[in-house]
Ligand binder design. Structure first.
Ligand SMILES: *[C@@H]1O[C@H](CO)[C@@H](O)[C@H](O)[C@H]1NC(C)=O
Ligand SMILES: *[C@@H]1O[C@H](CO)[C@@H](O)[C@H](O)[C@H]1NC(C)=O
Length: 238
């Protein structure tokens, strides 16, 4: 009798821990999936793979590692969460070591092109660097990761730039001094049943005053009051 009660209790405990483990193991945090998304049909913009293509990526972005929206569970995970207690003191771009949830290496390449059109540490092909012009339009895409549904607070994505031809990434405070636009996180299309994989994004124009050269760009999304996720890319302005 005692044993049965005990084993029932431990079974319940094991089941509860399993559920906890499983839910914690399922990452669902966003990241910039494309920096230069181009719509196929100018009359019907959609962020889904079948309605456009990507011409510029974040640093060391593994092109064919996972289907759309699933790189947050890549190894290492693509989403990078800054320290909850000190987001402004965290690296602005993931170094793969620091942060609440370190991500993949998204630090500035030396030379800058080293982070593009090559291979990542696991030998996977990486995406090309973004090219644009002063005043040029960019459309950036990200996966909703279940956070674009109506009962979630809609906090913006901020897009910030470095100065021209940086030799290191601006720290978080410096990026925040040069935010060029706030984008609507919930601007999604193709909203099927699976709210994890809704494709979302925002379009904006680069400042017309940019000089020719390379700029570091940060995508930063605030989830809860203390959660900040970033992705980093470079833009060659010609
Ligand atoms: C726009 O594209 C979506 C996704 O392919 C499609 O479902 C929809 O019917 C299209 N709408 C129009 C007006 O063409
Ligand atoms: C929202 O997404 C659409 C594509 O569905 C895009 O055309 C539009 O520019 C986006 N809006 C903003 C404000 O970024």
């Amino acid at each position: 009798m005692f044993l049965t009660t005990l084993s029932k209790a431990s079974l319940a405990l094991i089941a509860a821990s399993l559920v906890l483990l499983l839910t914690q193991g399922v990452e669902s945090h966003s990241y910039a999936d494309c920096i230069d998304w181009r719509f196929k049909d100018p009359k019907n913009h959609s962020w889904s793979d079948k309605n456009g293509a990507c011409f510029g990526f974040a640093r060391r972005f593994p092109l064919k590692a996972k289907p759309f929206a699933k790189l947050d569970s890549d190894d290492p995970n693509r989403h990078y969460q800054q320290d909850q207690k000190n987001p402004l003191g965290s690296p602005s771009c993931s170094d793969g070591i620091h942060g609440e949830e370190p991500g993949a290496d998204e630090t500035l390449g030396h030379p800058v092109t080293a982070a593009y059109s090559g291979k990542d540490k696991r030998g996977r092909k990486t995406g090309q660097m973004t090219q644009s012009t002063p005043g040029g339009q960019l459309c950036i895409r990200w996966p909703a990761k279940n956070h674009a549904v109506p009962d979630e607070t809609n906090r913006p994505v901020t897009i910030a730039l470095s100065g021209v031809n940086p030799t290191k990434d601006p720290n978080q405070r410096d990026f925040l001094k040069n935010v060029i636009v706030n984008l609507n996180y919930k601007n999604c299309t193709d909203k099927g049943k699976d709210t994890d994989i809704w494709p979302c994004g925002g379009c904006f124009n680069l400042p017309k005053t940019l000089k020719k050269g390379v700029y570091a760009m940060q995508w930063r999304w605030q989830l809860n009051s203390d959660e900040h996720y970033t992705s980093c890319a470079d833009i060659n302005v010609k």
